[in-house]
Design a protein around this ligand. Structure first.
Ligand code: NAD
Ligand code: 44H
Length: 491
């Protein structure tokens, strides 16, 4: 009989952060699995190595799915590391308080304003930045942003809560850092831009704007660890390994990486002692991660879903997927950026192969394929434009978009594998409205490419739209393997 997990229970395995004080120095927005297996672990390790009042006050965005079990076990939880050698579990004890932003958004605003806190970190997913896909700027017309900007309202979006928190904080003048840990290109710069756009639209004083520009830093960074959703099986393995019943364990691969700009206006934990790298080459690291890993991940996911593969390792085990992805890395991604000093592309790709092959991870293709309308923006347009502006066709990037459309906005008469229905796609209704009445696949694709789902610069590239349409036609008529074969033959 296993006992419930909590600070007072008998604990087995390694426990990170056990000696941490109760004071909190970091506010975290987005208490999902990634933060709990990445930033939280680095912070616990940094505190174990060097101390500091860096305990985390964590907020989930809207549901208590994670918060309720976290609270029931004193905010302690386990990481289940799924390695080629088998599973290993350890406990993380670094969250000192948890809550749900939607239930008490004012608490988030106050926590950001509280001078004791020196960092707000974010894993709110690409959706959480409330940006307009066509312009990349804060979506001032989106109903949730407009509501946050209404005078006297309590903000509910992540950007609104941060902006109002900084507005309050300006009174104390205490320096602060806003640290995005989402898969965004130039994550810090993007976050600063949307927060400042919010403050300007809200008509705050010049003093507040000058506080944010001079005393609040928005470091850029690259985050990497594959962290799937938790299943009952993960809980069972943790119970076996640790002898405790954890209600919210987090499964994760062994690999972990964090590269950051060292620009924390109010100080930071000793994350370097926990294995994080501080570098001035963040953009280069981001390119490697967002294009080679995330861009390829999307292609594996959509080709996998269209061929009935439920997980990344199963999709990756298919020759046509491996061929498309590896050729896509060589032809379409690697030429588009200057990698960081000392980067070894062959070694990186071989490590990716091992990570995607890991059968214990069970990373659902539908999880990776979720929110594609926002994720693909980080992974495809800039790389595609690099080639198109030189007169070259990035066939694999076109294939990725065609496969995404086949999954989430299939043309009339085409029904993708049932897995496709499990993809959470916030733009599904808008996509359906855009293609309503389309008579040909070419028309279907043109309406999407020109419908505000992609940056205008990509929408203007007619040849790319035509190539996406050709590939979608092949998917519909002959299947996804035929489309991938056409891409292979076009190299
Ligand atoms: N899981 C991974 O492998 C991984 C790896 C690297 C980076 N990331 C980054 O972390 C993000 C979260 O991943 P996860 O695995 O924790 O996912 P998750 O589904 O467990 O958590 C998503 C989090 O985003 C929050 N969120 C969702 N919509 C929001 C909105 N509109 N506004 C504010 N918050 C919102 C949710 O409350 C939740 O905390 C990813 O989108 C990605 O940017 C994840
Ligand atoms: O995390 P997302 O939702 O942005 O994208 C899904 C995957 O591509 C991603 O989670 C990777 O697993 C991760 O970025 C690896 O570090």
């Amino acid at each position: 009989m296993t006992q419930p997990l909590g600070r007072k229970s008998l604990l087995a395995g390694s426990r990170l952060g056990a000696s941490a004080p109760d004071r909190t120095g970091i506010v975290h927005l987005g208490l999902g699995n990634f933060h709990r297996a990445h930033g939280a672990v680095y912070t616990a390790q940094a505190m174990a190595a060097a101390g500091g009042d860096w305990g985390i006050r964590g907020f989930a965005h809207s549901s208590d799915r994670v918060v309720a079990p976290m609270r029931a076990q004193d905010n302690v939880y386990s990481i289940l590391q799924l390695t080629e050698r088998g599973a290993e579990a350890g406990l993380v004890d670094v969250h000192r308080d948890t809550g749900v932003a939607a239930q008490d958004p004012a608490a988030v605003v106050d926590a950001i304003a509280d001078p004791a806190h020196r960092i707000v970190s974010l894993t709110v997913s690409e959706v959480g930045y409330t940006r307009d896909p066509a312009t990349g700027r804060l979506a001032l017309d989106a109903p949730e942003v407009a509501a946050d900007l209404t005078a006297g309202s309590t903000p509910r979006t992540a950007v609104g809560m941060i902006a109002r928190g900084l507005e309050q904080r300006a009174a104390s003048g205490e320096p602060f850092a806003v640290l995005s840990c989402d898969n965004l290109q130039s994550a810090g710069d993007v976050t600063r831009a949307v927060v400042e756009e919010f403050l300007q639209a809200a008509g705050v004083s010049d003093d507040v704007l000058s506080f944010v520009s001079s005393s609040v830093s928005f470091p850029n960074g690259m985050v990497d660890r594959i962290v799937p959703r938790t299943t009952d099986e993960h809980s069972r393995i943790v119970a076996d390994l640790l002898g405790v019943q954890d209600l919210c364990p987090v499964p994760a691969e062994e690999f972990t990486m964090w590269v950051l700009e060292d620009d924390f206006a109010g100080g930071r934990p000793a994350w370097d002692l926990a294995g994080a790298t501080f570098s001035n080459e963040i953009e280069a690291y981001e390119m490697v991660k967002l294009r080679l890993l995330n861009g390829s991940h999307s292609l594996i996911a959509y080709l996998g879903i269209l061929s009935g593969a439920p997980t990344i390792d199963v999709a990756w085990g298919q020759d046509f997927v491996r061929e498309a992805v590896l050729n896509g890395i060589t032809d379409d991604y690697l030429p588009t950026f200057t990698p960081p000093t000392g980067f070894d592309a062959d070694a990186y790709v071989s490590e990716l192969d091992a990570r995607w092959r890991n059968p214990l991870i069970g990373h659902a293709t539908t999880q990776v394929g979720t929110d594609g309308s926002l994720k693909l923006l980080q992974r495809i347009p800039n790389a595609a434009l690099f080639h198109l502006r030189r007169g070259d066709m990035p066939h694999h990037l076109a294939l990725c978009i065609a496969a995404w459309i086949a999954c989430v906005a299939p043309p009339a008469g085409f029904t993708p594998e049932p897995l496709a229905e499990r993809i959470v796609e916030p733009a599904r209704d808008r996509l359906a409205a855009a293609v309503d009445g389309a008579v040909t696949v070419a028309d279907h694709v043109r309406r999407i490419m020109n419908g505000g789902f992609f940056p205008d610069a990509l929408a203007e590239q007619d040849a790319f739209t035509v190539r996406v349409a050709d590939l979608l036609t092949l998917v519909v008529r002959d299947g996804v393997r035929a489309a991938a074969a056409d891409v292979a033959a076009s190299r």
